[in-house]
Design a protein around this ligand. Structure first.
Ligand code: DGT
Ligand code: CA
Ligand code: CA
Ligand code: ZN
Length: 585
């Protein structure tokens, strides 16, 4: 165990003792020990292993702790910690990981509000129950909410794809000066566009591995080189992200790319397909097995390996887009010649969910329009919040109509671009929409969404969404499950009922492209398609920069196997109206 790990265990004990309301001296003993270990200039394990030295010589460590630490170093476990943990629901202890929320406050939340999960904590904060507790307040409540988001973005064990993409860009830039590199790809879940990425897997074809690996050892933010061999090297960054690097010969590059792109599930089927043809596939290539007794990864006659396309072709398979390689339906599609032609970013003509400074956006109407034009879009919908979302300065009917007048005037000046008069109307806790029907009827485009009452039982929340979807003015449900990746789970919504309603009333469902949302997710988008529900990919931008999130949505849509036709906002506006079954289209 490293000193950092021991420190963490001691701090956890102190946290739990404090959570329990234990004697302050006892809490302090563990805190002091944690600081003492943290401050050591050599490994605690080395001191413990030295017969001539005593742990009690370390200031802050007494006889009792010395024995516990020896136990911890020997077994990797501290019984006291496990005992303390067992006293409380794991979800309640999750609160201890939120920055800005100390053990005492967490204990009060558990005691007073019976909070036993982060979901419940979020709900209590949003319901403004937390601020009412003694020693809390509106500021603390807001800090807790912010802390929950922070915890999920800074120290998750899986990165948002968008964050991984930033590292991917850094990797490419870092290796750009390396003359030895002939090919470089980042494989793994990153290449498959998975919504979160565990680690990054770099594949390089290089004339000489040594300078490439030397360069890798200089990667910014490097914390440790975890290992370095002739062709493989792994590093860990201070942010705890691991990056694996493999150097592969050109003749195996395609096979390695195929292998390390995965997924495991996809590769299992690929290997079986190879076997059916008397072939063997691995990261070195596709081999014809001539002598079944021959050993070694490259035994036999190599039939493919240089490119992914030839590797798949050797197995009678198409070059699957990486996003489809999840071992879901891609082989069935390939076998029946129905591999979908996946949607691309350039297919998108509109963005139909975004905010301005009128509610909680940071850019003005004019700025959003200019930014959308600069991105090559043909039309957008402005969908600020409705009044119920008071903390986002949501609009009432009067303000909304004034905004729509402004949009009318703006459209008069615009050429070859149209701004739709829209709104993101809240689906109220009790069911009806947050704006009256006559106001909503004046809108070109209405997305409806749940922001309150997210923890309602399945039947209730499903009813709200289904009713909203059947409202004549509503075009789509925004972020239909409400999940925030790594932060908040979906509502208990019955998506099958939602799909059925969407089909019945010719409505759409949103794929919210914000990298933390990606809602509907890939599986739900695929299910929606099965049911015949068109998807609208929207950024929900709260600034001009937010419009760039479209590509994250497109990636998720590709993972769902969606084509251009499956996505509403690849068409022009009249075609969208026709799809809604509305006149004027
Ligand atoms: P991640 O990093 O957890 O987001 O997911 P991946 O898919 O990037 O997984 P990773 O990094 O463990 O390995 C990258 C790819 O390499 C994986 O998708 C398939 C392949 N691969 C790596 N190790 C193994 C293995 O032990 N068995 C098999 N079948 N495939 C492997
Ligand atoms: Ca990986
Ligand atoms: Ca890996
Ligand atoms: Zn929104």
């Amino acid at each position: 165990m490293t000193n950092a790990e021991v420190t963490q265990v001691l701090d956890q004990v102190a946290d739990l003792l404090e959570f329990q309301g234990a004697n302050a001296f006892r809490v302090r003993a563990y805190r002091n020990a944690a600081r003492a270990v943290q401050g050591l200039s050599e490994p605690l394990a080395r001191i413990a292993a030295d017969e001539n030295r005593k742990l009690t010589d370390i200031p802050g460590i007494g006889a009792d702790l010395s024995a516990k630490l020896r136990d911890l170093l020997a077994t990797g476990k501290l019984p006291l910690l496990e005992e303390l943990r067992a006293l409380y629901p794991a979800g309640a202890l999750d609160m201890l990981r939120i920055p800005g929320l100390g053990p005492k406050k967490a204990a009060a939340l558990y005691r007073e509000l019976k909070i036993a999960s982060l979901d419940q904590l979020r709900t209590a904060c949003l319901a403004e129950q937390v601020r009412a507790l003694k020693g809390f307040g509106a500021k603390t409540e807001a800090a807790i909410l912010a802390g929950m988001e922070f915890a999920a973005t800074v120290q998750p064990n899986r990165l948002y794809w968008a964050v991984a993409d930033d590292f991917a860009r850094q990797i490419r830039e870092h290796f750009a000066p390396c003359q030895e590199i002939r090919q470089l790809e980042i494989a793994g879940s990153y290449r498959r566009g998975k919504e979160t990425v565990g680690d990054l897997d770099i594949l390089i074809d290089a004339a000489d591995p040594t300078p490439v690996m030397d360069r890798f050892a200089e990667f910014p933010g490097l914390d440790a080189v975890l290992g370095r061999g002739d062709t493989k090297m792994s590093i860990r960054l201070a942010t705890s992200l691991q990056i694996d690097l493999r150097i592969v010969p050109a003749e195996s590059y395609g096979a390695a790319l195929q292998y390390f792109t995965g997924s495991k599930e996809h590769n299992i089927v690929v290997r079986a397909r190879a076997k059916d043809r008397g072939l063997r596939i691995n990261e070195y290539g596709v081999f014809r097995v001539t002598d079944p007794d021959a050993k070694g990864p490259t035994a036999g006659k190599i039939v493919a390996g240089k490119t992914e396309a030839e590797v798949y072709a050797a197995l009678g398979l198409p070059l699957f887009p990486p996003e489809l390689r999840e071992g879901r339906r891609e082989f069935e599609w390939a076998d029946s010649g129905k591999l979908p032609r996946l949607i691309e970013l350039s297919d998108l003509r509109a963005d139909l969910h975004m905010h301005t400074t009128e509610s909680d956006g940071r850019s003005s109407l004019a700025e959003m329009v200019a930014a959308a034009q600069a991105r090559g879009l043909a039309y957008i919908a402005i969908t600020d919040h409705s009044k119920r979302v008071s903390m986002a300065n949501g609009l009432d009917a009067d303000r909304l109509k004034r905004q729509w007048d402004q949009i009318d005037r703006l459209n008069d000046q615009l050429k070859g671009f149209r701004v739709l008069k829209g709104v993101e109307v809240d689906i109220l806790e009790g069911g009806p929409l947050d704006l009256d029907d006559s106001t909503l009827a004046l809108a070109d485009w209405v997305v409806a969404s749940v922001h309150y009452g997210q923890n309602q039982p399945r039947e209730q929340i499903t009813r709200r969404i289904v009713d909203a979807l059947s409202h004549p003015a509503v075009c789509a449900i925004a972020h239909p499950t409400g999940r925030l990746i790594n932060i908040r789970k979906s509502y208990e919504v019955d998506l099958d009922a939602v799909y059925a309603t969407a089909v019945r009333y010719r409505k759409f469902l949103e794929l919210n492209a914000s990298p933390k949302r990606l809602d509907l997710d890939d599986l739900a988008c695929a299910a929606a398609k099965e049911h015949g529900v068109p998807i609208v990919i929207s950024t929900d931008a709260h600034s001009t920069a937010g419009l760039d999130a479209m590509r994250f949505g497109v990636l998720q849509a590709r993972r769902a196997g969606l084509t251009k036709d499956d996505v509403v906002n690849t068409s022009d506006w009249p075609a969208v109206l026709r799809r809604l079954g509305r006149a004027g289209g």
